[in-house]
Design a protein around this ligand. Structure first.
Ligand code: HEM
Length: 168
């Protein structure tokens, strides 16, 4: 990780927690309502900030060939991921860092974040038109996928803690 990456990651965590925690109060249908609430505007502002952070974070994760680690299927190198998976069924926790199942899961997270961000922007560009409802639907769909991912990612984060204790 470069020095910038942990900061990008922490800011992104804060923004995503805000967006999920306040999502129930956001009501925008196909346009920014003329009487938009604080929660509507906050979702737009924090959502845009999260979009910029997502793009910057993805760039950092992918530089110097690291993208191979997060998207191993693009280079046909699924061996470390599969061996982590089989190890998991035998009760062996995958190692954090480098190639393998954890990086594979993180790559899925990057794709989901990009999908939530892109569909949010899609809604913003088309808001006021009927197309906005299409983007809203895709955005909500991608956001529920992201929520599922965050649960798995948090569990995988615990593996890093187990690794630290094991190596201490
Ligand atoms: C990448 C950051 C973003 C995240 C994590 C995020 C997350 C969410 C979540 C969790 C929901 C509620 C889904 C549900 O009802 O189950 C939602 C709804 C929505 N988001 Fe985002 N969002 C992001 C960016 C954006 C952006 C940039 C925009 C547009 C400016 C946007 C516009 C909307 C709209 C229009 C809704 C539907 C609100 C309604 O119920 O009418 N989002 N978002």
């Amino acid at each position: 990780m470069s020095r910038l990456e942990p900061w990008l990651h922490r800011l992104l965590i804060l923004a995503v927690i805000w967006l999920f925690a306040t999502a129930d109060w956001v009501r925008m249908a196909n346009r920014i309502p003329s009487s938009a609430s604080f929660w509507d505007w906050a979702h737009i502002v924090v959502g845009l900030l999260a979009t910029v952070l997502t793009v910057a974070f993805t760039r950092h994760c992918c530089k110097a060939g690291q993208w191979r680690q997060y998207f191993p299927y693009l280079v046909g190198d699924l061996k470390p991921t599969l061996s982590d998976l089989t190890g998991l069924f035998r009760g062996r926790l995958p190692r954090a860092g480098g190639n393998g199942l954890l990086a594979f899961i993180e790559g899925i997270g990057l794709i989901l974040m990009l999908a939530v961000a892109a569909t949010g922007i899609g809604w913003l560009i088309t808001q006021g038109s009927t197309d906005a409802m299409f983007w809203r639907k895709q955005h909500i769909f991608a956001a529920s996928g992201l929520l599922g991912f965050l649960v798995v990612h948090a569990l995988a984060g615990l593996i890093s803690v187990v690794d630290l204790i094991r190596d201490a």
